[in-house]
Write a protein that binds this ligand. Structure first.
Ligand SMILES: Nc1nc2c(ncn2[C@@H]2O[C@H](COP(=O)(O)OP(=O)(O)OP(=O)(O)O)[C@@H](O)[C@H]2O)c(=O)[nH]1
Ligand SMILES: [Mg+2]
Length: 520
């Protein structure tokens, strides 16, 4: 079957590796010396293996005594891990979400601006006549602080190749001859050119906000071109926290001295208020842009990768641009920020009268970040693997040749077959079922992207069944331990159904945990 990480084979004494060169035996080594060296190396390995085994046994024993449960949220980028983490937060620590509610205002603004920028960039590629406004194409070279470049190609795809699509992931790279072949009437051309001109200032506001959110951490130029978003590390909220928008006026009122922290807060608030005012001033243009039939066609034909929640935020533009706006819980669940590294969250849960600390690890799912998961495998108790099954018509930002369902299946194979995870409680979320339903209802053909789907009926139930069967097969083929796989069809932005599923998952994880720890 498919392997996800290819480990490069390395010559034992690689000339590029100074350590291996240092321990390389001398070229003058005699047969007797060689025998002695090999025997010493074997003995050293035996001792090292025994120590490893002792450490493993100790860790297992500790796991049993522990009153902690570690749950990993795994899956490709944009599969819904951080959204699910927010649902856990709503369930176990709603007050903490309230505390950071204000920080999400900047993310909501950023998401709206990012989608506008993508549409304007797509318009840039069309000749709309003399617009005279600033180009929305990135001009300055990027400084690479963190490369999230893709790993090498995987083995052959289980679903085969899909139709032609963007080769480099940029909106302009897709085949758009069909859009261009639609003759634009002069008034429409002028209308679009004017919209583009008036909305152009929002593009620089987007860049400033992206820098603010990521704390200056940037992607390299090629990752950006491929559509890379803003990566944030755990604790990003402190980059944009204002701590109560009303407080500023009170603090400043009649007081000469303000602290540096308050100054920074004020500056941030002013920046954000400015973006809010810009959005407010442009809201009619934004509505026009979003509802324009040509823009809809452009998004559809060129398969523009807008964020999942573009529709939600564009349709809420009046509410979001209100100067008293505070993000609703739904806004927070629909906001998009890419996770960099591992974000951990802890909740205290009482099970059978016993307090248990429940640690959740939300990982970054982009290919270049997956190596950071491995250190967490060792003492994990449970995994929720999220596979966005609506993504059958999409390709990875990191590798535009890789169908996203295909990537999910390969990743799931890696998780199911990983030795370190053999005993871990495994839960599979086939996520974004709501998006899948909408796509199917809109007539998007699965067979077009997944030729092996064949002539099956292009309806929701059949498609779900088809994908579920593939995931279950992966599990069955990699299940020497006879481990149960708990599968759920999910839409993790829906709080009501997700909370029910969280309860169900919690009970199954704790039941097993308590049995293993001999606590029942
Ligand atoms: N409609 C819908 N949107 C979803 C669902 N799950 C996640 N989303 C949205 O998809 C986007 C990506 O979700 P995230 O939770 O940020 O994805 P992630 O897996 O954490 O991605 P990385 O951090 O890049 O690895 C967000 O805008 C979410 O609101 C779902 O079930 N339905
Ligand atoms: Mg995330």
């Amino acid at each position: 079957m498919l392997r996800v990480e290819s480990v490069p084979t390395m010559n034992l004494f690689d000339a590029d590796d100074p350590l291996s060169m240092a321990i390389k035996p001398p070229s003058s080594e005699s047969a007797h010396e060689r025998e002695a060296r090999v025997s010493a190396e074997l003995e050293a390995k035996r001792i090292s293996d025994r120590i490893d085994e002792e450490i493993r046994a100790e860790r297992e024993a500790k796991k049993r005594q522990n009153t902690e449960v570690k749950l990993l949220l795994l899956g490709q980028a944009e599969s819904g891990k951080s959204t699910l983490q927010k649902q856990f937060q709503i369930f176990y620590a709603p007050a903490s979400l309230d505390e950071e509610r204000d920080s999400w205002r900047s993310v909501v603004y950023f998401n709206i601006l990012r989608n506008i920028k993508r549409i304007l960039q797509a318009l840039d590629a069309l000749d709309l006549g003399n617009e005279g406004g600033p180009s929305t194409q990135p001009s300055a070279p990027d400084v690479s602080m963190r490369d999230v470049s893709p790993e090498p190609d995987m083995d052959s795809a289980p679903f085969g190749a899909g139709p032609s699509r963007a080769r480099d992931g940029t909106p302009g790279a897709a085949d758009h001859s069909d859009v261009l072949s639609v003759p634009l009437s002069p008034p429409t051309r002028t209308q679009l050119a004017n919209l583009k001109l008036r909305l152009s200032p929002l593009v620089s506001a987007e860049s400033a906000l992206a820098d603010r959110l990521s704390g200056g951490m940037q992607l390299n130029a090629s990752a950006k071109r491929r559509g890379g978003g803003v990566y944030v590390r755990s604790g990003w909220q402190s980059n944009v926290r204002i701590n109560g928008r009303k407080r500023r006026a009170d603090e400043n009122h009649g007081k000469a001295a303000v602290t540096e922290a308050a100054n920074l807060r004020n500056q941030l608030e002013e920046e954000l208020d400015k973006v809010g005012r810009m959005l407010d001033a442009c809201k009619e243009d934004i509505k026009q842009l979003w509802s324009h039939p040509f823009i809809k066609l452009l998004i559809d034909k060129r398969k523009l990768r807008l964020q999942e929640s573009a529709d939600h935020f564009f349709n809420s533009i009046d509410r979001v641009t209100d100067h008293e706006y505070t993000p609703s819980t739904d806004d927070i669940l629909r906001s998009r920020l890419q996770t960099m590294g591992i974000a951990s969250h802890s909740f205290s849960v009482t099970v059978n009268g016993k307090p248990i600390l429940w640690h959740l690890y939300d990982v970054g799912g982009a290919r270049g970040l997956r190596h950071t998961w491995v250190p967490y495998f060792d003492d994990a108790n449970a995994i929720i693997f999220l596979a966005p099954i609506s993504a059958f018509d999409q390709y990875l930002d990191e590798d535009p040749k890789m169908n996203r369902i295909n990537d999910s299946l390969q990743l799931f194979t890696y998780i199911c077959s990983n030795d370190l995870l053999k005993k871990v409680h495994l839960v599979l979320f086939l996520n974004k079922t709501d998006v899948l339903r909408e796509k199917i209802a809109a007539g998007v053909s699965v067979k077009r992207y997944i030729p092996s789907f064949g002539d099956r009926k292009n309806n929701y139930e059949t498609v779900i069944d088809y994908f579920r069967t593939h995931f279950l097969q992966v599990h069955r083929k990699n299940n020497e331990e006879q481990r149960v796989l708990y599968t759920h069809l999910t839409n993790v932005v829906d709080t009501k159904t997700t909370q029910g599923i969280i309860r169900n998952v919690r009970d199954s994880i704790f039941r097993r945990y308590l049995q293993e720890a001999s606590l029942v």
